[in-house]
Every structure is written in C-alpha cells, then in structure tokens.
Ligand binder design. Structure first.
Ligand SMILES: [Zn+2]
Length: 575
C-alpha cells in the first residue's frame, strides 16, 4: 500500500515509547502517576523534568523545554528534524522509505546507505586490528602519547595493517573497488589495483552528528611524511561541514552542563585533552572555520575558546574563521599557548590544571586581534605607534557598543602609551562616516519585503537545508545589490554560504543577509523560507498591479488596454 511521509511518520511515532527512548539519556524515577528525571538540558540536582506517557511528551519545569520524542532527540543529539527521525527510525528498525517517487534518487539513497555501512564496517575492522596482536606497534605508540585503550575505544580509534588487508576484507564483505574509491578509502595503483589510503597509520574515525562514519584521519607511527592524512572530500564527507569530537561532547552533556567548547585544530588534540580530563574540546580540522561549522557549534553552546597551535593563531585565515563564529552570535575567546606548543603538547607537559588556568585567561576576540596586530609594529617608535593606533581603531570601530569601544580604547592606550583622548579623536573622524552608513542601512532594513528577500537569498545560497525556488524572482527585485547576488546564485550550480561570504567586501547586502539568516532557528528555517518566497511574490505582484492599473488609466489605445487587462487579471491570480 502506498503511503506518504506523514502516514509513515505516524506509524513510527506509534511504535515509539517515549520512556524507553529517553531512558538511555536520563535516569527516570516514578513518583505518583508520572515519571521524573533530572533534566538533561540544564544542570540540576533534583528532578524537574517530567514525562507525560499518555501524550508521549515531556516538559521541564526548571528550564521550560518540552516537546515530543522527535524534539527530544533533536535537542539531545543536536540534529535537525530529519536527523532525529533517522535516529529513531534506526532504533525501531523502521528504515525510512524513499518518498520522492523518483527511481534515481531512491537508488542514490540506497547506494549512500551501502557506503555508510561500508564505512562502519571499516571502522570496526580498523578498531579490531588495534586490539589484535598485529596492533602492538600502534598500541605502543598510543601508550607513548599517554592515551589509554579506554580513551582509544571511546573515540573508535583503529589501526590499518598495510596496503592490502582492508581491500581484501571489504571485498570479502561484497564491496567493490568502485565502492571503496567512492568513499575515499583507497588509492589507485599504476597497475589499476587499489590499496588502503591509510596503510600503516593510526586511525581516527570522523563521525557526523547523526553517528555515521563519514571519513577517517590517519597518523603515521614514525617520522615519515605526511604526518596526518584525511579522507578526501567524497559523497559522504565534506570537510568544511564537519567538526570532530561531537559524540564525546554529547556524552559529556548528559553528565554535566556544558557552557563552552574549546576549539582546537586537530583530532589528536581533542583526544589528548580528553585523556587528561578536558572533555569539552572539538576540532575544526583546519583553522579556517566555515559558516556551516559555526552553525553546528552554535547548536551546542554560546561560548567558544579557541586554542590553536601558536603559529596559526594569528594568521588571516584563522581571523576570518573567528569573525564567522563571532557573527553567529558566539562569545569568542582566544588562548595563545606559550612556546608555540599545541594543546596536546601543552597538556602533556604541564597537566590539566595548568591548561584550565590558561583557558581562564583567554582573551576576548577583539583584544586578541589588537594584541596580534601590535606584534607587527615597533611600539617604541612614536611613528609606528601612530600607525598602529590608526589600524587598531579600524578594528574597534565596527563594534558599535560605546562601552566596548571605551574599554578597547583603554586597552590600546595602555599598550601604546597614547592618551585616550587622541585615540577617541581618531575614532570620531570615522565615526561620522559610520553614522551615515548606519542611517542608510536602517532605512533599507525597515521593509519586511527586503527582509524576506534577504532570507530567501540566504536560503538559496545553502543557508537553509532543502531550500529551492523554481520561480524566477528577478522581476521583483529592485535593489541592485540583491539583484547582483540573485544573478550570481542563478549562474552557479554549487551555491554555498562560502560563495556568498566571499562577496562581502563588494556587496553591502551580504552582511545584512547573513544577519537575517542567523535570526531563524533550524527547525523553522524551511517553513520561514517558503513564507518569504510567498511574500516576495505577493508584494511584488501587488506593486506590479498598481503600476499596471496606473498605466491602464493613462492608456488611450484600446488594443493596448485589452492586453493590460489580461496582465492585471493574471497578476491577480498570483496573489
Ligand atoms: Zn531543564
């Protein structure tokens, strides 16, 4: 019998027992007719999280969260609606059928599921190697780095025996060479054969937010190069969209309140910090953070402490990434470890407590910027001091908040020995310009129409999952900058927020679009996007009708009037 998604979802919901689903995450106690628990979403010692079995819902009287089985999984696993449905469907063994009525996409989904299964089997295989006799060297290496087998197991670490073993193993499980190539597990040899890309390496699986293995990281056990290697980007893995260490953070959130995350560069830093007892670290797998990663991080916390290797902390790519985090509303702080040590080296050398002390002393983002900038100037020379002050004020100016500006003026004054008044005057000149720009921006942002256009652009550039718009909206867009971006979107098949951000310098709308995009939560994003499209069409058509009617009234030619009437009628139908 054919069924649609909502019918299928009802069947799934009917199978779910909310108490059973929730019990791995909280410890339920029966009191009276209801079940209670300490809330997994805020830290508490006496239970105020209540389960209503009749309606299959929950509510916390402490922090106000509430919902059904799906919202619970969304919140606790930090995933979106479909991510939660998939987790529940897996648990109750009800695979999600393909509802697209399209053989090609059904085939593709099945194919991807097969590749994910292969990745899972590969991870298990690598892990069993690590525990076997053949994994002795790798275990010795871990021991040398102070990582216990327990920690290695938590992160699902493994070991690749050599060039051919994995290939033979996967072939015995029925996977083809093409499957292995597609998932990035193998390199092709000159004779056309395939060999394990991670041959001889210590393996760390990279797991996405719905617990699928999407890629592997591999580290050599000796001094050969390259030291680290990642699976290349594949149909399963897009490095710019993943962060490493999500599942250990999820575990931690069940035990305690996690208010901030430490962002480090590499997975070995995360694992080493975890081993020493610092469990709230994630890795960006590179220093240039992306919009997607920032969004993901914002799902977990409002505050991050950046702790990169000494040599990359001040680089431009790093700074851009930090700005992206800041623009997503995160409180960003930056730690600079002494002597160019990376977090792994630091924590092994000085221990957990010393490391935590460093974190407490982390500098707010803008202080870090001013401090880093100062390194390029000789502040003992009066001329250089002046130059530094000019550049520093450029960093401070966009802050907008007078109290913050004052605080940073004080900071620069202290660093340079220049009087605060001089610095303030420096700022005033640019202040006048800033006020004009601000007034103009305010004028634009007044209109609900503009806000809708911005959100739609945000969605079309990949900001909203599943957002598509078949209709050509260009006829409704009057703002030149919005038109330019819309044309860019239409000229390009691979639209990403990255692409949009890259236009920021040339196009003043980009910032407004990103701001607009960050205002809507993920659950409501697609619905809101669709509402915005509808609003643009409705408002646009209204405007057009007005113009048509005006032109109609002024037109003398009867034939032309007839054509206009049909246009007005058509436009009426679209509202
Ligand atoms: Zn609560």
């Amino acid at each position: 019998m054919a069924e649609n998604f909502s019918e299928w979802l009802e069947k799934l919901k009917a199978k779910v027992d909310i108490a059973e689903l929730i019990s791995p995450y909280v410890s339920l106690q029966t009191k009276g007719s209801k079940k209670w628990a300490c809330c997994p979403f805020h830290h508490e010692k006496t239970p105020s999280f209540c389960l209503y079995e009749q309606s299959q819902t929950y509510h916390c009287f402490g922090c106000g969260v509430g919902g059904d089985a799906i919202t619970f999984i969304q919140e606790i696993e930090h995933t979106d609606f479909m991510g939660a449905v998939k987790i529940i469907a897996d648990k109750y063994r009800m695979p999600i059928p393909d509802f697209s009525h399209n053989d090609k996409s059904a085939g593709l989904k099945k194919h991807k599921d097969k590749l994910f299964e292969m990745m899972r089997e590969t991870a298990n295989y690598f892990h069993s190697n690590l525990k076997s006799d053949a994994g002795k060297t790798a275990r010795e290496y871990l021991a040398k780095r102070g990582i216990s087998m327990q920690t290695a197991t938590i992160f699902g670490m493994g070991y690749s025996l050599g060039r051919n073993q994995l290939v033979a193993y996967l072939a015995s499980k029925g996977y083809s060479k093409e499957n292995m190539q597609e998932a990035g597990l193998v390199d092709t040899t000159q004779s056309g054969g395939v060999v394990d890309t991670m041959a001889g390496r210590l393996i760390v699986p990279i797991i996405n937010n719905i617990k699928q293995v999407v890629a592997f990281g591999g580290r050599v056990l000796d001094d050969s190069k390259p030291k680290y290697k990642n699976t290349r980007d594949t149909v399963l893995f897009n490095k710019s969209k993943e962060i490493f260490g999500q599942h250990s953070v999820k575990r931690l959130k069940l035990e305690t309140a996690v208010k901030e995350l430490i962002v480090v560069e590499g997975y070995m830093d995360v694992i080493s910090l975890f081993q020493s007892g610092v469990k709230n670290a994630i890795a960006s797998m590179g220093t240039s953070l992306t919009q997607d990663q920032a969004k993901l991080i914002k799902r977990y916390v409002d505050k991050v402490v950046i702790c990169y290797d000494g040599d990359s902390a001040g680089q431009n790519a790093t700074m851009r990434g930090l700005d992206i985090l800041y623009n997503h509303g995160l409180d960003v702080r930056v730690v600079s470890l002494p002597d160019n040590l990376d977090p792994d080296e630091y924590v092994r050398k000085y221990g957990k407590d010393a490391y935590l002390k460093m974190l407490i002393e982390a500098k707010p983002l803008f202080e870090h910027k001013l401090f880093t900038l100062a390194k390029s100037y000789d502040l003992t020379s009066p001329q250089e001091k002046g130059k530094y002050a000019v550049e520093a004020m450029k960093i401070i100016k966009p802050l907008g908040d007078p109290a913050m500006i004052e605080a940073y003026i004080g900071y620069v004054a202290k660093l340079t020995g220049l009087p605060s008044d001089t610095l303030r005057r420096q700022l005033d000149v640019s202040e006048a310009v800033a006020t004009v720009i601000k007034k103009e921006t305010a004028k634009i942002s007044m209109s609900a129409f503009d806000r809708a256009v911005r959100y739609v652009l945000y969605g079309l550039f990949g900001g909203v999952e599943g957002a598509v718009c078949e209709k050509d909206l260009s006829q409704y867009l009057e703002d030149k900058n919005q038109r330019t971006l819309y044309d860019l979107y239409r000229s390009n098949q691979e639209n990403t927020l990255e692409e949009l951000t890259s236009q920021e310098e040339d196009n003043p709308e980009v910032k407004a679009i990103l701001d607009e995009g960050s205002k809507i939560g993920d659950e409501k994003a697609l619905k809101y996007f669709e509402d915005c499209v509808a609003r643009i069409i409705k408002e646009g058509e209204k405007k057009r009708r007005k113009e048509l009617i005006k032109a109609f009234d002024n037109e003398k030619d009867e034939d032309a009037k007839l054509i206009m009437m049909s246009q007005i009628a058509q436009s009426n139908n679209k509202k």
